[in-house]
Design a protein around this ligand. Structure first.
Ligand code: G1P
Length: 292
C-alpha cells in the first residue's frame, strides 16, 4: 500500500524562540529564505505524499497563508517582471484540496497531536514529519524511508546515534541490527536519563506508521513530561507488530534548538552558490577571532 498521507504536528508554542515566536509560528522561522515547515512539506511531496495534514493550534495563521495563493503578491511580482520569484511563490502552493487542517485544542503531547488526525488518515499507513528535525541529504529522508517501507511492510522510524549525555532529549531504542542501516526495535523509552538509556540510538522526527497506532494513542496514559507520548504508543504497538529503525543518509539539524537552528542556516546557506564565497570569507575571519 502506498503512503499517501503525512501528518505534521505544528501546534507547539515555540517558547524556546521567544520573543521571535510571540506573534509568529515557530515553523515559519526561515532557514536561509524558506520557512522551516516548507522544507518538510517539500520533502513529503518528493516522497510521493498526496495529502498534507497539519495539526495546528492557535496563532498559526501565517502558516496557513503561506501555503495559499497570494494574488496581490503575484500581481506585484508580475508587474515588476520578477519571474523567478513569481514561479517560486506559485509553486510552493499545493493543489487545492491536498492540504487538510485540524486543530489540537489542548497541548497534550506529540502522541495526542497525531491522534487528532485519526479520522483524516483513516485505515492506511501514513507518515509523520517533525519539521524541527531538518535534514540535509541528497535523497530526501522520507523517500529513503518509503523505499524501506515498500520492502519491510511495517512501521519505520528514522534513527541516529546521539551523544551519551543527550538521551534525555529523545526517544531511545533498544534494538538489534538486522541490516547495515536497519535495526529491529525491541523496546523504546521516551527521554531516559543517560544511566537509564538502553543505547544511544535516538528516534529522529520521521515516522511511517500503521493505522493501528491510533487505537493505542486513543487509550494510553500520559508519560514523560506528563504528555501523551508517541514513543509510548509505539512501544505498545511492538507487542502486535514489528517496528524498524532506519539509519538514514543525511545531516540532521535540530531547529528546535537555537544553536541547531543557526547551524542549519549555515549549512543550507553554504549550499547556495551566490552565498558560499561571502560566507566562507566571513567564517575564516570569525575563526581567526575565535583563535585569538
Ligand atoms: C519528539 C519525540 C522523541 C524524538 C524527537 C525527535 O520529541 O517525542 O521521541 O526523539 O521528537 O526530534 P520532542 O523533540 O518533540 O520533545
Amino acid at each position: 500500500m502506498k503512503i499517501r498521507k503525512a501528518v505534521f504536528p505544528v501546534a507547539g508554542l515555540g517558547t524556546r524562540f521567544l520573543p521571535a515566536t510571540k506573534a509568529m509560528a515557530k515553523e515559519m522561522l526561515p532557514v536561509v529564505d524558506k520557512p522551516i515547515i516548507q522544507y518538510a512539506v517539500e520533502e513529503a511531496f518528493a516522497a510521493g505524499i498526496e495529502y498534507i495534514i497539519f495539526v495546528t493550534g492557535r496563532g498559526k495563521k501565517a502558516l496557513e497563508d503561506h501555503f495559499d495563493r497570494s494574488f496581490e503578491l503575484e500581481v506585484a511580482l508580475k508587474n515588476k517582471k520578477k519571474e523567478e520569484l513569481l514561479r517560486q511563490v506559485k509553486d510552493l502552493v499545493p493543489k487545492t484540496g491536498t492540504i487538510i487542517y485540524t486543530r489540537q485544542n489542548e497541548p497534550l503531547g506529540l502522541g495526542h497531536a497525531i491522534w487528532c488526525a485519526r479520522d483524516i488518515v483513516g485505515d492506511e499507513p501514513f507518515a509523520v514529519l517533525l519539521a524541527d528535525d531538518l535534514i540535509q541529504s541528497e535523497t530526501p529522508v522520507l523517500s529513503q524511508m518509503v523505499d524501506k517501507f515498500d520492502r519491510l511492510r511495517a512501521s519505520i522510524v528514522a534513527v541516529m546515534e546521539v551523544a551519551d549525555d543527550q538521551t534525555d532529549k529523545y526517544g531511545i531504542l533498544d534494538a538489534d541490527a538486522i541490516e547495515e542501516d536497519v535495526v529491529r526495535i525491541k523496546n523504546m523509552i521516551e527521554k531516559p536519563e543517560p544511566e537509564k538509556a538502553p543505547s544511544n540510538l535516538a528516534i529522529i522526527g520521521r515516522y511511517i506508521l500503521t493505522p493501528k497506532i491510533f487505537d493505542i494513542l486513543g487509550r494510553i496514559e500520559a508519560g514523560a513530561g506528563n504528555e501523551i507520548q508517541l514513543t509510548d504508543a509505539m512501544k505498545q504497538l511492538l507487542t502486535n507488530q514489528p517496528i524498524f529503525g532506519y539509519k538514514f543518509q543525511g545531516n540532521r539539524f535540530d531547529c528546535g534548538d537555537k544553536a541547531g537552528f543557526q547551524m542549519a542556516n549555515m549549512a543550507f546557506a553554504m549550499e547556495r552558490p551566490e552565498m558560499k564565497e561571502k560566507l566562507t570569507e566571513f567564517i575564516k575571519t570569525m575563526h581567526l577571532n575565535i583563535d585569538k
